[in-house]
Structures are given as C-alpha cells and as structure tokens.
Design a protein around this ligand. Sequence first.
Ligand SMILES: NC(=O)c1ccc[n+]([C@@H]2O[C@H](COP(=O)([O-])OP(=O)(O)OC[C@H]3O[C@@H](n4cnc5c(N)ncnc54)[C@H](OP(=O)(O)O)[C@@H]3O)[C@@H](O)[C@H]2O)c1
Length: 253
Amino acid sequence: MDGKTALVTGASRGIGLAIAQRLCEAGANVLLVSRKAEGLADAVASLHGLDGHASWAVAHVAKEEDAQRTVETCLERLGSLDVLVNNAGTNPYFGPMLEISPALLQKTYEINQASVVLWSQAAWRSAMAENGGVILNMASVGGLGPEPMIGWYDVTKAAIIHITKQLAYELGPTVRVNAIAPGLVKTELARALWEPGEEAIAARLPMRRLGVPDDIATASLFMVSDEASWITGQTLVVDGGTSNMASGGVSIT
Ligand SMILES: NC(=O)c1ccc[n+]([C@@H]2O[C@H](COP(=O)([O-])OP(=O)(O)OC[C@H]3O[C@@H](n4cnc5c(N)ncnc54)[C@H](OP(=O)(O)O)[C@@H]3O)[C@@H](O)[C@H]2O)c1
C-alpha cells in the first residue's frame, strides 16, 4: 500500500482502528474518521511510528456535508483518495423488530446504510471517478439471515451487501467495491452480545473463539490491495465459521 491513501470511518476504536493500523503498517497514509476528537487523537497516537502517516478528522457519517468536507480534507492533506472504508456503524436498539420506534428505525438506517451511499458518492465525485480506487463496506453475517433481537440492524447490513453489488456494477471498471461480513467480534458495539456468555458462544463455533478486530483488518487489507484486483461486488464472510452453523442458536451480529 506504499504511497496509497485511505479514509476509514469509525476508526477511533474496534474494527476501524485495526483496519487503519494494518493499512499504516502496509505503508498507506490514513485519515481516521469518527464523531469524537478525543478518541481519534488517541487512536492516531497509537499508530505513531508505523510506515504510513495517520491523521484524523471529525465527522458524522449520516451527514452529507460531513462526507463531502472530509473527502476534501483527505485530498488536501494526503493528496489523493485511493481507498474508502465505510466501517462506521451503530446498533441503538435490542428487541423484536416489530417494536422498534420510528426514530431508531431512521437513525440505524441513516448511520449504517444511507451513509455507505453518501460517502461513496463523495469519494467518487471528488476523486475516484477521475483516478479510480477501492471501496470496502462493513456488512455483517447478520445481513445473511434473520436472528433474534437485532433484526433492523441486520436489515441495514443486508442492504449493504446489495449496495456493494450495485456500486460495483456502477463504478467498475476503475473502482472496485467489496464488503466484509464479520461474525461476532469483541468490540464495544457488540459487548452486550459477547460479554455475558463468551465461553459458551465460543464453544459452539468451528474456530472455538470469538473474533478480534485484527481478524477483520487482515481480510480488509487483502480486499483493498491490488492482490484482489479481480474481486468486486463480493462480500467476504470472516466469522470463524459461525454462518455455517445450522443450530440457529448462536447469537451473532
Ligand atoms: N463487533 C462486531 O461483532 C461486528 C460484527 C459485524 C459487523 N460489525 C460492524 O463493524 C463496524 C465497526 O464496528 P465495531 O464493532 O468496531 O464498533 P465500535 O468498536 O463500537 O466502533 C464504532 C466506531 O464507529 C464510530 N461511529 C459510531 N457512530 C458514528 C457516526 N454516526 N459517525 C461517525 N463515526 C461513528 C465510533 O466512534 P465515535 O463514537 O467517535 O463516533 C467508533 O470509532 C460496524 O459497521 C459494525 O456494524 C461489527
């Protein structure tokens, strides 16, 4: 990734920070993006000394003006935008989908789903239409089928899988667009899912452990690299085998 530039949303912690780290280790210059300056400053400090240069910008992924402004910041500061990682996501509701409020329907839709289109539009219009590039979207194994309690979140992740196919068609051949579908990864977002019964959940999985952010980051690095130059429109499942289980009893995200 030497000389490449990348913008990673939701990069102040968890999966996004691990992706930023892998990109920097591989020589890319990376702009880390999230809502809170404090977390971003700490995240960038943790990447100090790696091959690529890291810096940060505050943005809310659901805001169109933030997408445009942040892409411009990336171009001004880093000189180009080769890789966009649409990683930021949220899950503000836990319960039956039929009981979710209109406000939380909208919030989850805007942050998880519509943002993928808004940030891809900004990247395409300001940089990738002319120079090409790669987009990677963070879906979930929850987007592959129904599961208890996080149904609407899963709908937005299923949409990301389809948006990925659609954008791959619309932006090819100069821009590749792929997604990763993680299983349960030990981060803040998923804490309520894994903390109460980590050992019991892990025991039911083929790999007998939950994911860690770097499991997703290593796969992400491959997907955005030139090694994957004939892969587009795909969703790579990285879940320790979770989605192969027929039990239906494994709570995943
Ligand atoms: N962990 C899992 O088991 C799992 C499984 C499948 C898929 N995923 C997906 O992986 C992605 C990363 O999740 P994670 O588990 O790493 O979560 P996390 O550790 O909670 O990190 C979420 C990141 O997103 C940022 N963020 C949240 N809302 C934002 C917004 N509106 N605008 C900009 N940034 C925002 C947060 O920073 P600020 O608070 O500073 O904004 C933080 O950097 C998400 O799309 C998630 O759905 C996770």
